[in-house]
Design a protein around this ligand. Structure first.
Ligand SMILES: *Cc1c(COP(=O)(O)O)cnc(C)c1O
Length: 359
């Protein structure tokens, strides 16, 4: 580590490679477009892209992502999931093996001006019930054939996105899959893509040509009520810091801002160098577990900007001991649930100042 701040995240490339193999095992006949948007879900996009060299393609959301990856020598096809572009950018995307996603009719004007010499591989995104990005079925039928025959467009593929794949029994899943496959019939699309991580787990048999796993690659279970261990996933991110103070306080002592917590016995309190400015959620309630020197201790009092406080009891720990905020044995999913959020948000929320230590 280069800086003297103890809070850092450890990014485990071997864990990501293991998780990628789990996806391969689930959907052996599909290509894998690893989703590495949002700086690789907070893991550092370049690190993830190098580690997941065995993926077939990557999905990103900005031309800046393309620049970063191409400058690192990553030459795999990239899909631009959600970004607007002008004609110059489209022509450039063609040259850089970037596949734009057409999700709104307004993009067709730009697309019609693309150079006839371009070799664009485009995605049509169809809204089958997510209610977010995507052409409605009627519009998509109308434009698909025209796009397939347009000069400058080498191939047209089609994708849709499931709204409830984390809840496999939800009736919208089958409805969306059926509607999408029916739509795709007869159009001659190059590739079809439906599944995010949760879809790969819940509906592997419907995974078609290419799957789009994101969160599962980072070792998070995408399924409600299923843990990462249940799916043999390994968390790729461990959020670590250190105890920077240990002291005894008597019963009744208030802890932290607002004095919202008071000690119910004489105890030893520990202060860990990590707070909401590092991406540790401010809403983590008292009682949230932290691992200090391998032992579980409860968070007490409010999370501050740079610090949290824990009740150490009489455990054999001292200043300088390691604290783990999330990672193996301390699932980020549990912390997320206690804070009313999801692991995705916590991973993406690790701030810039937190050093990424790659192993
Ligand atoms: C982010 C994203 C994914 C990946 O979702 P996970 O739940 O992380 O697997 C897949 N497809 C699209 C269109 C996305 O935007």
């Amino acid at each position: 580590m280069q800086n003297n701040r103890a809070a850092h995240v450890v990014i485990d490339r071997v864990a990501m490679q293991h998780n990628l193999r789990q996806v391969r095992a689930l959907t052996p006949n599909a290509k894998i477009m690893a989703v590495i948007k949002a700086d690789g879900y907070g893991h550092s996009m370049e690190v993830v892209a190098h580690a997941l060299n065995a993926a077939d393609e990557f999905a990103v959301t900005a031309l800046d992502d393309v620049k970063r990856l191409r400058s690192q020598g990553i030459s795999k096809p990239l899909t631009m999931l959600s970004a607007t572009f002008d004609v110059a950018q489209l022509n450039k995307m063609s040259a850089q093996s970037v596949r734009p996603v057409i999700y709104d009719l307004s993009q067709l004007t730009t697309l019609s001006q693309v150079s006839p010499n371009a070799e664009l591989d485009i995605w049509l995104k169809i809204d089958t019930g997510m209610g977010r990005l995507g052409l409605c079925i009627e519009d998509a039928h109308r434009v698909a054939t025209r796009l397939i025959n347009q000069l400058g467009i080498r191939s047209v593929s089609a994708m849709t996105h499931l709204a409830n794949a984390d809840n496999p029994d939800h009736p919208s899943n089958q409805r969306q899959i059926k509607q999408f496959l029916k739509f795709a019939e007869g159009h001659g699309f190059s590739e079809l893509s439906i599944m995010n991580s949760a879809g790969c787990v819940a509906f592997p048999d419907a995974s078609r040509d290419i799957v789009r796993p994101g969160v599962i690659l980072y070792g998070i279970s995408p399924q409600l009520g299923t843990s990462a261990a249940d799916l043999s996933l390994k968390p790729a991110m461990t959020f670590k810091s250190k105890l920077i103070s240990v002291k005894r306080l008597p019963v009744g002592s208030p802890i932290g801002y607002g004095s919202r917590y008071t000690l119910d016995t004489d105890s030893r309190i520990g202060v860990i160098a990590c707070g909401y400015a590092d991406g540790y959620p401010r809403h983590a309630p008292s009682g949230t577990l932290v691992l200090v020197n391998g032992m579980y201790v409860p968070l007490i009092g409010r999370v501050s900007m740079d610090l949290i406080t824990v009740d150490l009891g009489e455990l054999p720990v001292k200043v300088g001991d390691e604290a783990i905020l999330w990672g193996e044995n301390i699932p980020i999913e549990n912390l997320a649930e206690a804070c009313g959020t999801i692991a995705y948000e916590l991973m993406c929320g690790v701030t810039q100042r937190v050093e990424r230590v790659v192993i």
